[in-house]
Design a protein around this ligand. Structure first.
Ligand SMILES: Cc1cc2nc3c(=O)[nH]c(=O)nc-3n(C[C@H](O)[C@H](O)[C@H](O)COP(=O)(O)OP(=O)(O)OC[C@H]3O[C@@H](n4cnc5c(N)ncnc54)[C@H](O)[C@@H]3O)c2cc1C
Length: 398
């Protein structure tokens, strides 16, 4: 490697890998280096998710989320076809279990139409039974395009293509700071310094920490929200044929607890959205006081807490109590009860909150000279990654 690499990418999650992939295509002769703090790639959000290929129903038209989800969907399927990564297009039902939820199905269908999706259909309970015979509901929106994949496998394929192209990976290399020295960018890590002409920060749950070393000057904070899943027993899992989602609360950036038949046919229920006490706080007992202070010091956090404290307390209650978690789930599948599920995996979302305490509802990138920070790339960023990677690469090159 020369003393100054052309492009240095921080983070070997799906966004960092997809960005490096696009850089390698746009600048085939350039030297590209990826720094990752873990011993392997995709150890966090990119492997701790629902594995759903989102079609683009929910996102506000013309936002980065809407455009990149739909473009990313198309590219992801092409990528999987070309590189023999398995996926399954199974469709999903967004389900109303209360009367007041029914008009929201029309709203979501209209939104999906504005995003260019076709073939969606509002179904009555009898029609729903043909797709999900055990689902109880008042009606549902059928989204035929939705599918499932293992995003960690997509990451492994991207990484092997990058290695073949000559991209260098440095694992166990945690970036501590990023500084400009003239035109050069100096990246300090536990294992020494790296120099680059351009840097992309795809550090996920730590992206704000690297972008705003002085939290007093930060315009946003990444707040970790844990999503916990319960796995349905083998005896009962066939009651769920594919994907069943609730009607989401449009105020919140999360889609709600859903039933997912994964690519390997494990069926789970989740994820909830519980404030985590550490950036990588996969369990309630994972507490990191310094990392909590990062968000507690941010004024926007307290504004968010004032607005959503009740939702937050309910989520903590559902996290602590299996009974409380299952109370909502049994409305959809009454035959699946508390004794049929076991605690399963969890993931932690990197959700950016602005100064006014509002969760960002769109992808957000910020360029500081030759450094581009990916500051809000939550769901559906895994689906959208191959489109986001190009957006990020082009922003960096502009
Ligand atoms: C519970 C859950 C469910 C989800 N479900 C879906 C879904 O069904 N469909 C979908 O499309 N999306 C889903 N998402 C969203 C999707 O998984 C993420 O948006 C996506 O994986 C983000 O990728 P990333 O590369 O930005 O982050 P990550 O995968 O978290 O990667 C960031 C990387 O940066 C590394 N890193 C951090 N700090 C440093 C540092 N200082 N130095 C070096 N390396 C560092 C980390 O170790 C990590 O490898 C879900 C997310 C969660 C949490």
């Amino acid at each position: 490697m020369s003393e100054i690499t052309d492009y240095l990418v921080i983070g070997a999650g799906i966004v960092g890998l997809a960005t490096a992939w696009h850089l390698s295509r746009l600048r085939p002769e350039a030297e590209i280096t990826i720094l990752e703090k873990e011993a392997d790639l995709a150890q966090h959000q990119s492997s701790h998710n629902s594995g759903v290929i989102h079609a683009g129903v929910y996102y506000k038209p013309r936002t980065y989320m809407a455009k990149n989800c739909i473009e990313g969907y198309r590219r992801l399927l092409n990528f999987c076809d070309e590189h023999q990564v398995g996926y399954r297009i199974c469709g999903k039902l967004i389900t109303a279990v209360e009367d007041w939820e029914l008009p929201h199905l029309e709203r979501l269908k209209a939104n999906a139409g504005q995003n260019g999706l076709t073939g969606l259909r509002i179904m009555n309970p009898e029609e729903v039974k043909e797709i999900e015979p055990h689902l109880h509901c008042k009606g549902a929106l059928w989204v035929p395009q939705t599918g499932v994949v293992d995003f960690a496998e997509v990451c492994r394929k991207l990484a092997s293509l990058l290695s073949e192209h000559g991209v260098e990976f440095h694992f166990n290399t945690r970036v501590e700071s990023i500084h400009a020295v003239g035109r050069r960018i100096v990246v300090r890590t536990g294992g020494g310094e790296f120099n680059a002409w351009h840097v992309v920060n795809c550090a996920g749950l730590y992206a704000d920490k690297l972008a705003f070393p002085n939290p007093g000057k930060a315009s946003l904070a990444v707040v970790p929200f844990r999503g916990e899943y319960y796995v349905i027993s083998d005896e009962k899992k066939d009651l769920v044929k594919n994907l069943v989602y609730p009607v989401p609360n449009p105020q919140l950036p999360f889609l709600g607890v859903h039933f997912t038949r994964r690519i390997d046919h494990q069926v789970d229920i989740g994820p909830n959205a519980v404030l985590a006490f550490a950036r990588e706080g996969y369990r309630m007992k994972d507490v990191n006081a310094g990392e909590m202070a990062d968000y507690l010091r941010f004024p926007g956090f307290w504004r968010m807490a004032r607005r959503y404290w009740k939702v937050g307390i309910d989520e903590i209650h559902r996290s602590l109590s299996k009974r409380a978690f299952m109370k909502k789930a049994v409305q959809y599948f009454p035959e699946i009860t508390e004794k049929d599920v076991q605690r399963g995996p969890s993931g932690v979302r990197a959700q950016a909150i602005d100064w006014y305490g509002r969760p960002l509802h769109d992808f957000f990138f910020e360029k500081q000279r030759s450094v581009l920070h990916c500051l809000n790339v939550p769901s559906p960023a895994a689906t959208a990654s191959l489109a986001i990677g190009e957006v990020v690469a082009r922003k960096l090159l502009s």
